[in-house]
Design a protein around this ligand. Sequence first.
Ligand code: BES
Ligand code: MN
Ligand code: ZN
Length: 501
Amino acid sequence: MSHSEEPRAIEVVAPGANPSAGVELLAVPVRPGQVLAQRAAALDAELSGPLSRLVEAGFSAKAGETRLFFSGLAETPHLLAVGVGEGEGLDAENARRVAGKAVQVGRIHSLVTVGVEIPPLSEEDVPAVAQAAAEGLCLGDWAYEDLRRPGSERVSPPAPQSGVIFLGSGQPASAGDAAGRGRTIAECQNFARMLVTLPGNIATPSYLEERAQELGERYGLRVEGWGPERLRSEGFGSLLAVAAGSRVEPRFIVLEHQGTGGAPTVLVGKGVTFDSGGISIKPASGMEDMKYDMAGAAAVLGAMRAVAELDLPLRVIGLIPATENLPSGTALKPGDVIRGLSGTSIEVINTDAEGRLILSDALAFATRLEPAAIVDLATLTGACVVALGRHAMGLMASDDALAKALKSAGERTGERVWRLPLWPEYRRQLDSDIADIKNSGGRDAGTITAGWFLRDFVDETPWVHLDMAGVAWAEKVGPYQPKGATGAGVRLLVEWLSSAD
Ligand code: BES
Ligand code: MN
Ligand code: ZN
């Protein structure tokens, strides 16, 4: 899908039935030595057995390995064997990957309809796998090309218009609902990808506010955006201190889904629309990537849209502190002592540790809402990329049950998180000689000291911090992931919110 295209139609087809239109490409999961499919097996028999011969000939079926055939059949002219590695059956993540590959290859070959085979599964596994397949069908070939000249040869071919999920077992009705859910969530993830892709001169704090207002009108969320004046009167001193270096105005964006009411669950997303480092300026090389320093905000906007579209039965509030971080004659300086909403005095050691400053105001505000839980997402530390690479978010928490719930949502969605300790010993690295706390704890355990800084602002509220610095941006293409913005966090948050009791 590209940003400007219509959402893809997703059809779920019962075991043995035919789709409303033929599929031009059928993706078939393959394990070493084994084709995981019935429909494909029937097709294979009709032909001269290309899939079975592929397997006999030693197609390794390693995860991600693919082979495309031209079948010559009018019904299903292309067969795509997709390796899923060793194991049993097909889990949700495999289904997402096979479906993602199907649309990627479909798009390259300008195909209109692609399908994915789901092997027979036990009844209770069908909905999650169908949902994941729909997600893969909507995520796999996403591209943002609205900033190129229309018709330029660098614009990719039109995306497949529809995706078909062929069930090997299970109830098509419940799988259809699950696939619809998957499509909604994936569209919200693509929305987050779009926001993260947009450069700093377009996706400014007020642009994020406009997109939030639009979500409010379309999906029925209550939305507010506070500018500098309101921030001053409310006492958001830390957000204003980071914004002081830029002519672009900061915003504090609030989105609320009323749901069934009660104590809210609060999502907080770091919205630094460009992070130059400020006076503690970053090296020039790679600085352009710091447009993605608002990926936490994008995840919250995407998740809030999904919460509203799915009308989840709970009250959810999204909070986004948004600003640029630039150096200038009016900018925050190293050594400055600032005070935000909580009243805690903060010694600014490094103006490049700006995320925790703006989050401290948002978290202090969140705790005043007496929430059931707070989850914040932020591209907070380079140290997290060093620690976990591109394969997991770093999780820090004040509450074990909440940490566990997010960890398990991470396993179900393929958006893994890994917990790091907040032992009291680390807190000492933030002791200041002049103020209540300093904003940098030095190089050692940089992700944990950033987490500890945030913890000072949430008091006793159950809270989880997710450092998404490593997963917000992909250096290379994945099975359902283009290079660049990932939209990380949307599936994770929606799954966690849907499973909370
Ligand atoms: N936005 C960066 C963190 C980041 C780095 C995200 C690389 C994605 C990729 C954050 O504002 C930052 O600059 N953090 C500093 C903290 C340090 C000054 C204590 C860092 O990680 O170096
Ligand atoms: Mn920074
Ligand atoms: Zn930053």
